[in-house]
Unconditional design. Structure first.
Length: 127
């Protein structure tokens, strides 16, 4: 059985590093690798059909809980760089791991995506 998680994590790491470069090419690479990782996740057999799959734990994570996946796997959530959380939150797909997503929404300042208000959209219009 292929472990698609390893491939998806590798693609996410490359996408994060390319995005962190802050160049137009880096942004294009980041989008391409993110799209590829999302496509693989959608095409991969569901975790319910994998013989080795474990149900997702239901206990809430703390800042001392270890990051379960990605570039920062194995370090405490509170030690994961804020730019990595910002990167994940900019992606079109929400964080798939519900426990990590809940921890981020509770503990990372400005975790909720900002949507401009009608007033802020017109404030800078010169006419």
């Amino acid at each position: 059985m292929i472990d698609y998680t390893i491939l998806v994590n590798a693609l996410a790491t490359v996408a994060h590093d390319a995005d962190a470069a802050g160049t137009p090419a880096g942004a294009l690479i980041a989008k391409a690798f993110t799209d590829l990782a999302n496509a693989i996740e959608r095409a991969a057999p569901s975790s319910a059909s994998r013989a080795t799959a474990q149900p997702e734990p239901t206990t809430a994570l703390t800042g001392d809980s270890l990051m379960p996946w990605g570039k920062h796997r194995g370090i405490p959530l509170k030690a994961v760089p804020k730019d990595y959380w910002a990167y994940l939150l900019r992606q079109p797909e929400p964080i798939a791991d519900s426990r990590v997503r809940a921890w981020v929404e509770t503990n990372i300042k400005d975790a909720a995506p900002k949507t401009p208000t009608a007033q802020s959209q017109t404030e800078d219009v010169p006419f």
